[in-house]
Design a protein around this ligand. Structure first.
Ligand code: 2HG
Ligand code: ZN
Length: 462
């Protein structure tokens, strides 16, 4: 049966569209952190939406499940196949074009496999901003960003990927192409069906193209790094920034002293300000003048009242890039420190300090010797509460410790990374039965044979 499927796929895709040798499939078979190894039957690389539809129909007829894959930069193992050798990875990486830009209507339309950075650069060339920014933007794809409802560092101002999606083109589990790639700002004609495919990680349909919202490109940007004595001080600083910078505030990131210790020890990166227990990196952008003066006044006020201990505002674009490099290398520094358990959690923004305190106590008592690398997007309540394990420590027990604290604050166990295969079991425990039942109803309605990305988000078999 699989030989028959391979020859059918070769006929649909041509020689460059199908990979079936193990050596060629290595980078598609495992995630970039090498935590979720799989073994695909083959990798299908369609070059058009029509080919995606044909591949889906052929795989369906052969009973081979499909695992859609974009840049394979996810953190939850959502885009890699299982180890059965029977699943087909459907890579969108040959569908990589920007389709159109409308700088007045403020839209960009792109193939699913278009690299996020390519779309951002195309928007910049048109004098506009595609306001989604994440560390993996040089490899992540538009389709992956949509399918995972990606977050990143600009959510505080622009929302998550969902907030930017105006239209979608998707292929359903039976191969039907649904073209909803409309550019409309307002469209209340019936159910907003595109929402079914945003953040559902390819389990209900395959995103093949998207129309995203652009915004005017701010002419002035300020980027500042501050050291603060505590998470509560960082929250006070957020309130001050909201008062003084208003809705120009586009990033507000919190980083622990331990995060900076990792940067120093493993990557030789140091901040250009006096060290503190915590750091905040903030950015604001506006087209009208006066932004820098407002930021300087806010920094002076924060230093004056003790909210901030030290701080610097970047003088040049290159300096701003250096400040951002500190934030962007924390994941790398953590990986070099040893095995860690990642917790991509959110709680109400005002509860972040209390959450951090309670979680630190839970770890100190329940997992002595473990080290907490807490950093993330304080402006939207999303903290990466990552725990570096001491030798012999049980990662699953640490997950439970942290997620129990998240539950006390009515938070989420996945703020932006999704569920993938990594958190399927926990989702079943942490979400109310009524929500899980509703999710299963949707899955059964759109993919009754559990053929699209089985075992992701929900357990295989429904
Ligand atoms: C980030 O905010 C990413 O840099 C990765 O979401 C977080 O490494 C992590 O846990
Ligand atoms: Zn993040």
């Amino acid at each position: 049966m699989s030989a028959e499927l391979l020859s059918r796929l070769a006929a649909i895709l041509g020689p460059s569209g199908l990979l079936a040798d193990e050596a060629d499939m290595v980078s598609y078979a495992i995630d970039w952190r090498r935590l979720f190894p799989g073994r695909p039957l083959c990798v299908a690389r369609p070059a058009s939406t029509a080919e995606v539809s044909e591949v889906v129909k052929a795989c369906r007829a052969a009973g081979a499940a499909i695992v859609p894959q974009g840049g394979n930069t996810g953190l939850a193992g959502g885009a890699v196949p299982d180890a059965s050798g029977a699943q087909v990875v459907l890579s969108l990486n040959r569908m990589n074009k920007v389709r159109a830009i409308d700088p007045v209507g403020l839209t960009i339309s792109a193939d699913a496999g278009c690299i996020l950075k390519v779309a951002q650069d195309a928007a910049a060339e048109a004098g506009r901003l595609l306001p989604i920014s994440l560390a993996a933007e040089g490899s992540a794809t538009v389709g992956g960003v949509v399918s995972t409802n990606a977050g990143g560092v600009n959510v505080v101002r622009y929302g998550m990927a969902r907030a930017l999606v105006l239209g979608l083109e998707v292929v359903l589990a039976d191969g039907t192409v649904v073209d909803m790639a409309r550019q409309l700002r307002k469209d209340n004609a019936g159910y907003d069906l595109k929402q079914l495919f945003i953040g559902t990680e390819g389990t209900l349909g395959i995103v093949t193209g998207a129309v995203l919202r652009l915004v005017p490109r701010p002419r002035h940007t300020v980027t500042a790094l501050l050291s603060v004595p505590s998470p509560q001080a960082a929250l006070d600083l957020l309130a001050l920034a909201q008062d003084e910078l208003g809705d120009t505030l586009s990033a507000f990131e919190l980083m622990s002293g331990y995060s900076f210790d990792l940067l120093k020890r493993h990557l030789n990166l140091t901040p250009p300000i006096a060290s503190g227990d915590w750091f905040v990196l903030l950015e604001a952008g506006a087209s009208l003048s006066g932004l820098r003066e407002a930021a300087e006044a806010a920094l002076a006020a924060a230093l004056e009242n003790g909210t901030a201990l030290d701080g610097v505002i970047a003088e040049t674009g290159a300096q701003a890039t250096q400040l951002w490099a500190l934030r962007e290398h924390i994941t790398d520094g953590e990986a070099r420190e040893g095995k860690s358990m990642k917790h991509d959690v959110s709680v109400p923004i005002v509860d972040v300090p209390a959450f951090l305190e309670a979680a630190d106590i839970a770890i100190a008592e329940g997992a002595p010797g473990a080290k907490v690398n807490a950093f993330g997007h304080l402006g939207d309540g999303n903290i990466h509460y990552n725990v570096v394990l001491a030798p012999g420590q049980d990662g699953a027990a640490i997950n439970t410790l942290v997620h129990d604290v998240v539950a006390r604050f009515a938070g989420s166990i996945s703020a932006e990374h999704g569920i993938g295969q990594y958190r399927v079991d926990e989702l079943l425990i942490r979400r109310a039965p009524a929500e899980i039942a509703l999710a299963r109803t949707l899955k059964r309605a759109l993919d009754p044979d559990d053929f699209l990305n089985p075992g992701k988000v929900l357990p295989a078999g429904g």
